[in-house]
Structures are given as C-alpha cells and as structure tokens.
Ligand binder design. Sequence first.
Ligand code: ZN
Length: 225
Amino acid sequence: MFLIRFILRVISTVFHLIFSLMKLVVWTISLALLLLFVGQWVTGGQLPVASYLTELPQRFLSNPTQIPTDLTNSNSDERHRWDQNQALVYISTEDSTMVSAYRDAMRQWNQTGVFQFIETDDASLAQIEADVYSDSQVSAAGETESQTNVLTNRLNKAKVGLNAHYLSNPYYGYSYERVVNTAAHELGHAIGLDHTDEESVMQPAGSFYSIQARDIEVVRQLYQD
Ligand SMILES: [Zn+2]
C-alpha cells in the first residue's frame, strides 16, 4: 500500500515538473515574441533579427559569395562599339544609392580619359539607359542589353540594369564599392567590353575589381581610329 502511494506521488511530482517546464517555455516564447513585436514597432521594422527571419529561406538557397556579376554571353569575336568614345546616359531609377553608384561608375570611367559618359535628363536623347530591377529568379547582380547596327557594327542603343534583389539586400553583403564596380562592369559591356578572367572590372565573378589598367588599354584600343 505504501509502495503504491509512493509511486503515485513520484508520478504526480514528475507531471508537475513537466507542466512547470512547459509553462516556462510558453512564457519565454511569448515574452520573446512580445519583445520582438515591440522592438519592431519602436524601430519601425529595423531590428536585424526580423530581416534575418525574412531572409532565412535564402540562406539555404544560395551562397552570397557566389552571385556572378552577370550572365552576359560574350563569345563573339565581333568588336562592337559606339561610333565615338562617348555616350549619353539617362538614369531611369529613383533609388538614390543606385543613382550615386551609376554616377560614381561614370565618373571613374570618365577619369580614365578613354571614354566619356555624359548624363542627360532627357530619356529620348539617351544612348544608354541605366536602370534598376529586382529579380530573384536569375543569379546575377546586373545585366546589359545592347543593339548593334549589323551593317556598321556600331552600337546604337544599350540598357544596363542593376539587380537590387542582390545589391540592396544586406544578406548578400555588397559594399557600396562593389555596387559601383557592378555599375562600372555593366557600363563596360554597354561600350563594347567582354568578360575576362584577368584582374579586371570585366571579370564576371563577383564585382571585386574596379576599372584596371588593362581595362583602360582595351577601351583605348577599341576606340582608336
Ligand atoms: Zn558581365
């Protein structure tokens, strides 16, 4: 009789313990959610924990260090270029960081002396349109489309784009400098440059290079005559 009572007592104690632990867990989670909610409300959704949570799926989908600059296919031997070593650029995005990045990239090219980008606020005059888009379906930080006159082999229109899905997302860790490098890379395509594996702004693997001496020489040769 005593033994049964003792066993019942032990079982009862264990249940109480489990129940107390569950209560503690529920309270902890509730408190954490409440703090998160209040934190988000106070900071206007700027708590890093929230962006971590929303970006969680991406962490399993892709490695941030492996986003190529773009997927431009440049196998052709055709040397296409603008008629002159200058082009009018219309920046069609309102994103202030991207506008600055395009302007800095143009300034860097202009400082080389081999090509001049001139910004215009008249879209109808522009030879190159500089835009921003957001595309998670393509694993590239930018893109360039260009039209070439097949008879003269001269460029007559180009559109460059920066992919905000990667470049503006803290998770992918793009510094402003790398965004500028990406813009300089796309502008490089827009004036007729192809990819290279050398140390170059035209290296496609991740925007780690700005305009290099090699790039200046390639543009100089392309536009000499
Ligand atoms: Zn490229």
